[in-house]
Design a protein around this ligand. Sequence first.
Ligand SMILES: Nc1ncnc2c1ncn2[C@@H]1O[C@H](COP(=O)(O)OP(=O)(O)OP(=O)(O)O)[C@@H](O)[C@H]1O
Ligand SMILES: O=C(CO)[C@H](O)[C@H](O)COP(=O)(O)O
Length: 333
Amino acid sequence: MTKPERVVLIGVAGDSGCGKSTFLRRLIDLFGEELMTVICLDDYHSLDRKQRKETGITALDPRANNFDLMYEQIKALKEGQAIDKPIYNHETGNIDPPERIEPNHILVVEGLHPLYDERVRELIDFSVYFDISDEVKIAWKIQRDMAERGHRYEDVLAQINSRKPDFTKYIEPQREFADVVLQVLPTNLIKDDKERKVLRVRMLQREGKEGFDPVYLFDEGSSIQWTPCGRKLTCSYPGMQLYYGSDVYYGRYVSVLEVDGQFDNLEEVIYIETHLSKTSTKYKGEMTHLLLQHREYPGSNNGTGLFQVLTGLKMRAAYERLTSKEAKLAAKV
Ligand SMILES: Nc1ncnc2c1ncn2[C@@H]1O[C@H](COP(=O)(O)OP(=O)(O)OP(=O)(O)O)[C@@H](O)[C@H]1O
Ligand SMILES: O=C(CO)[C@H](O)[C@H](O)COP(=O)(O)O
């Protein structure tokens, strides 16, 4: 591992089971494993599973997390110093002996609380929040925990419901601080869709952040509704709709890109890509190429995959900007 001159800090926030790991795998395509170190913030749980059970404090509650240590260690890494990070063991529920982490070029902090503590927030160079609506979250969790972990439907639902109050209090408010929010909602294309297979996905991009140029469709600053189905894009029922426009989110301007529906043929995403601008790709077709590279990842055939790729491209652009020769010179002055 080469010693970084400038550590770029990326925050990936969201509840458990919201697609953070899938997104991180996409980030590796852009940065490579060598340059990137991921820290799961579960490692800063200060109460182990037994203590949380005894006190009735959930892992989402700030009282179950050591924010002082989180801040000190992330700051140290950003300043180029190695740390001894605790480990939360999800198998045993215990806090294991610490492990040594060396600073790396890109440091990703992912988990429940990357944007909760103001001091940590200040250190983060670019962030994303995964905002999955309850209906979709339930569908994903039920599908995973029942199929892969042998859980019963009622138990999965009860677990989601028991987390809800603390989720609303401590996790969701972090949306306000993210540079990109990925909202995943039920489709508008099917009335009362119970399956939650077809999704409406929105990418809210903060306006006015230095060095971050939001992606737009056709005409920057306009409001556009686009139904691309036809000769260039195959769309079976219920079709596909794109939207681009601006909005106010927590009192600040955001650019919104939306995809409702799913792609029948992933190769045809190139057609959408040619109508998007400021994607931060290095060559024509790179966005489509990145998506095709992992067509097996969940959400590759809808807006979740597409916007995860676009968010990754924006993170790469932020990294390149912050580590450019000019940026390094300016930091030294
Ligand atoms: N875009 C998607 N479309 C459909 N299902 C998805 C999508 N993203 C995630 N899922 C479902 O949610 C599960 C969890 O995804 P992932 O592991 O990426 O989330 P996570 O936030 O890292 O979760 P955890 O913190 O629990 O590890 C996947 O196994 C899959 O079943
Ligand atoms: O929300 C979570 C983040 O992954 C976990 O529930 C939290 O970390 C506690 O873990 P466990 O349930 O394994 O004790």
